[in-house]
Write a protein that binds this ligand. Structure first.
Ligand code: AMP
Ligand code: MG
Length: 315
């Protein structure tokens, strides 16, 4: 299939309405969208990405007013989170409505819902006139795409279109909060930090390790993720790693001596924004090992640590 590259949200939306797959920019990472009422397009999303069938897709809406179409009920806590953080980089897991097919939720009775705060995403979703199921627009297991060129590298010829936008401002996937239980639980760290969530609902906790025989709260989190072809090795701040040849480094501090491909980030925001594009750059340069400095586990540092640990296969 020929992949059309366009900067027109209207043209991209027309393709989606016609049952095709369309990648689009958001403030977190690029998404690969399909209309929730198009089983063929949803199947194409799984096929194009090579995504395991039991990994549910997040449904995107253009405004919070569309929530009743996709969620059957909002708890008072969910209402609070919506009023504080929608639109924005937060996904809420809610009881699904009848309009959301099980093909989107991988058989679950809940649905992940997000309302992006990105002008092009908003315009595109508005023109679609339907909620849009969209995982990240990368081949499964690879780092998420934070530019339209990265989407093209992974998915050219496998999807109908790419809606061009600027590079993703945040660079890491949304924070996910499960609002289906008695207390909301943070399933995935992201740009909306645990501290910000707790300002609104003090009882929110991060998901603990799943016990043996207990069903997984977020099926997708069991798969390897965010991995470049190079081996990722993490180290704590101030603990310089022993280097191997053909290696690269990214972090906030001073790079180890003797490394040529390196990226010192001046803030956590920059670290998040640059991480996946640095991984992809290292792959193009045939780097063997990428050393990554772990930031402290607070604020946005929690999300960066999570992605680094997963890329390194540390958990
Ligand atoms: P991605 O869109 O590629 O960033 O992945 C979406 C993530 O959201 C995966 O880790 C899914 O497991 C998670 N997710 C989506 N829907 C649900 C749901 N209904 N319940 C729990 N987790 C979900
Ligand atoms: Mg993903």
């Amino acid at each position: 299939m020929k992949t059309l590259i366009t900067d027109s949200p209207l043209e991209a939306a027309a393709l989606l309405i016609a049952g095709k797959t369309v990648a689009f920019p958001t403030e977190t990472v690029y998404g690969l969208g399909a209309a929730i009422d198009s089983p063929a397009a949803i199947a194409e999303v799984f096929k194009a990405k090579g995504r395991p069938q039991d990994n549910p897709l997040i449904v995107h809406i253009s405004t919070p007013e569309e929530l009743p179409r996709v969620a059957s009920k909002l708890s008072p806590e969910a209402e609070l989170l919506v009023s504080r953080f929608f639109p924005g980089p937060l996904t809420l897991v809610l009881p699904k409505s009848n309009e959301v097919p099980y093909a989107v939720t991988a058989g679950l009775d809940s649905v992940g819902v997000r309302c992006p705060a990105h002008p092009v995403a908003h315009e595109f979703l508005k023109c679609c006139h339907t909620p849009v199921a969209a995982p990240s627009a990368n081949r499964s297991g690879r780092p998420s795409a934070t530019s339209w060129e990265a989407v093209r590298n992974d998915l050219d010829g496998r999807i109908a279109a790419i809606l061009k936008g600027s590079n993703s401002r945040i660079g890491l996937e949304s924070t996910i909060v499960d609002c289906t239980g008695p207390n909301p639980v943070m399933l995935r760290a992201g740009a909306i930090t645990l501290e910000e969530l707790q300002e609104v609902i003090p009882a929110i906790t991060p998901a603990g390790k799943t016990q043996k025989n207990e069903p997984l709260k977020s099926p997708g989190l069991k798969y390897p993720h965010y991995a470049p072809r190079a081996t990722v090795v993490t180290h704590e701040q101030g603990k310089s790693p022993a280097l191997t040849p053909d290696s690269a480094w990214i972090g906030l501090g001073v790079p180890p001596v003797g490394i040529t491909i390196k990226k010192t980030c001046i803030s956590l925001d920059e670290y998040a924004q640059e991480l996946f594009s640095f991984f992809r750059h290292c792959d193009r340069e045939a780097v063997q090992t990428i050393y990554c400095e772990l930031p402290p586990e607070k604020g946005l540092g929690r999300a960066i640590r999570d992605r680094l640990n997963r890329a390194a296969g540390n958990h």
